[in-house]
Design a protein around this ligand. Structure first.
Ligand code: KG4
Ligand code: ZN
Length: 341
């Protein structure tokens, strides 16, 4: 079965053609990172307009790279939620129009499910059920229990910021470029991860909290450079030396990874039947996290961030689980938040 996957939930315009949920025939991602680097974050209106410009060239390129015609496409899968409304609208409306035009079944796929299914693509050994999925992206931090394909139970979630968001906000405090994850990871390579002691939030059960960690970094930076807590955070970077920035980046990254590992270990104790752990979402690209969880499955680094291949893979397993196509004329284009949807 050959599926065209379309993804536009945030600032990547992506389309891919995937066979049987695992074999990539093409994978095209056009990132808007360069546009947003100068703003220090995504501006939803600009993101939506950029998707509109890139969408059809990206879809056409995905088909030509794969060497397939519309006749060979069995289904179209599109990210439906969660994400930025304007961005999602471009992807869903494009997919809906193409499904009607080419008479293809359409599947609306949840973005976090897609991230999880990046772990099935191009793998020799596949994750085994039941499994735990640690979803770590710019918008979510969750632990999911999966009894089987397409069966998701949220057993832990963040009460406030997502871990990726925390990387992005800490990077801003340190004056490192957007997106914060890769730039923190890069600065941390030259830093001392033991220099600044940062607290682990006390959150009940398997839930997370990352806004406190961001504030802890802010206070530690203010203390280090000797300014009061009322000092504007966007000016702190001017007072930091290269060495201090790298040490803060390394100390923060180490703490964030420790928090994720501790919660995952708690989840494994509570679910002794679990056979595999998969890590998913943009933060799964992080090398320190990969080293901290040596037995877990991680997506290929090129599939950690947003892409269309994971959407096609998730759709394939939805179809295998008996999920019916979405009526393109009735596709609810407004995003819903919960993974149960
Ligand atoms: O999954 P994703 O591409 O988009 C969402 O669905 O949110 O995740 C983006 C997040 C950003 O917060 C980015 O800073 C983070 O993933 N990220 C990383 C790394 N690469 C991307 N965080 C830590 N280390 C990285 N190497
Ligand atoms: Zn994502």
């Amino acid at each position: 079965m050959i599926i065209l996957g379309i993804e536009t939930s945030c600032d990547e315009t992506a389309a891919a053609v995937v066979r049987d949920g695992r074999e990539i025939l093409s994978n095209v991602v056009v990132s808007q990172i360069d546009i947003f680097a100068e703003y220090g974050g995504v501006i939803p209106e600009i993101a939506a307009r950029s998707h509109l410009e890139a969408m059809m060239p990206v879809v056409n390129r995905a088909l030509s790279d794969a060497g397939v015609s519309w006749d060979e496409i069995d289904a179209i899968a599109v990210t439906h939620a969660p994400g930025l409304l304007g961005s999602l609208l471009i992807g869903t409306l494009t997919a809906r129009t193409l499904a009607i035009l080419h008479n293809k079944p359409l599947y609306a796929v949840h973005h976090l499910k897609s991230h999880v299914y990046a772990n099935w693509i191009s793998k020799m050994a596949l994750p085994q059920f039941p499994l735990l999925a640690l979803v770590v992206s710019g918008g979510h931090t969750q632990i999911l229990y999966m009894k089987g394909h397409n069966q998701f139970e949220i057993i832990g979630t963040t009460h406030d910021d997502a871990v990726g968001e925390c990387f992005d906000k800490v990077a801003k405090i340190l004056g490192l470029p957007y997106p914060g994850g890769p730039s923190i990871a890069k600065a941390a390579l030259s830093g001392d991860s033991g220099r600044f002691k940062l607290p682990h939030p006390k959150v009940e059960g398997l839930d997370f909290s990352f806004s406190g960690l961001k504030t802890a970094v802010l206070r530690a930076v203010q203390k280090e450079v000797g300014v009061p807590i009322s000092y504007p955070s966007h000016k702190l970077k001017e007072l930091l030396s290269e060495k201090q920035i790298c040490d803060f980046a390394a100390s923060f990254q180490r703490t964030a990874v420790e928090i994720l590992r501790e919660k995952l270990e708690m989840a494994l104790v509570e679910h002794p039947d679990v056979k595999s752990v998969v890590v998913a979402g943009g933060v799964s690209a992080n090398e320190i996290l990969r080293k901290a969880l040596p037995d877990a499955y991680f997506p290929a680094p090129s599939l950690s961030g947003d892409n269309g291949a994971m959407v096609a893979a998730a759709c394939y397993y939805e179809i295998q689980s008996g999920v019916e196509p979405t009526d393109p004329y009735k596709l609810d284009i407004y995003p819903r938040i919960s993974i149960e949807n």
